[in-house]
Design a protein around this ligand. Sequence first.
Ligand SMILES: [Zn+2]
Length: 95
Amino acid sequence: MAMEKEGLSGAESLAKTRTYGKFRCHNPSCMARITVPPGATHCKCPTCGLEWRVSWIGPNFPRIRGPVWDVNKKLAQEAVAKKAATKEGNQDGIE
Ligand SMILES: [Zn+2]
């Protein structure tokens, strides 16, 4: 009787330590690791601020389905507006 019935609780405690899935940001100039809470359908990259739609191919296996266009477009427009405001007619884009 050395085999105690701890298989289930052992698996459960293991699952609790590995509840977060990870993937890389799809922003080519970012590529940061993003941690996704289980079951989340959206996640925001803490590094570049872009948001991604998430699908789950397994309980701990998130996958980016695509960008959240509304948010990313807004961020892109803000970035462009900021650039335009500081650019001051530098049309070649040389810093
Ligand atoms: Zn990012």
